[in-house]
Write a protein that binds this ligand. Sequence first.
Ligand code: GDP
Ligand code: FE
Ligand code: FE
Length: 197
Amino acid sequence: MTDFSLSKTYSPLSSAELIAKEKSMMDAARFEHCIGVSQTARKLAQLNGYDEDKAALAGFIHDYAKQVDNSEFEAVIKSENFDPDLLNWNRAIWHGIVGVYFIERDLKITDPEILQAIRRHTTADTEMTTLDKIVFVADFIEPGRSFPGVEEARKVSFANLDQGVAYELSHTLEFLIAKRARIYPKTIAAYNVWAAE
Ligand code: GDP
Ligand code: FE
Ligand code: FE
């Protein structure tokens, strides 16, 4: 991690403070993933004419709540009046949508575009801003990812961000269906908008 820093934090916290908080929330492998997503988000922002520092920050914090306990997610869903249907899902779905609560509380980030991109980073959505797409795709193709198809995903995504979103949605759905996982309705709706012919 040595020389990683954030040019802008969108928060009263300094870059060093924000990085220290992020690190305290997760193990070393997850922290490395977050740095990878940040660097890839910066690159995708550059390729797509988006604010690189903002993309780098959103990518860095996207999994801030990834290792929060289930019981804590459930308590927050109830106390903060999140959609009670979320209780029928699991931490794979919660860490983005509900994770934003922890980001606002601990990192003092209020920028609505950043928070929305984090909310959407796992499931995508029928409407996606450029930042939403950047974080969604960077999460899938960061240098630490190794799954069959990741090289193709990188090629497609660096050439065309929308095609990267389509590729990721169809591959994630194939993966989830192959293991008979329940599909979050937003993921299907997003697939129909961004990936289906
Ligand atoms: P990560 O946090 O960096 O591991 O990546 P993501 O936030 O994109 O995904 C977290 C997990 O959620 C992955 O295992 C995905 O396959 C899974 N996931 C994504 N969409 C859905 C869905 O609709 N339903 C279920 N059950 N899991 C999903
Ligand atoms: Fe995630
Ligand atoms: Fe991630």
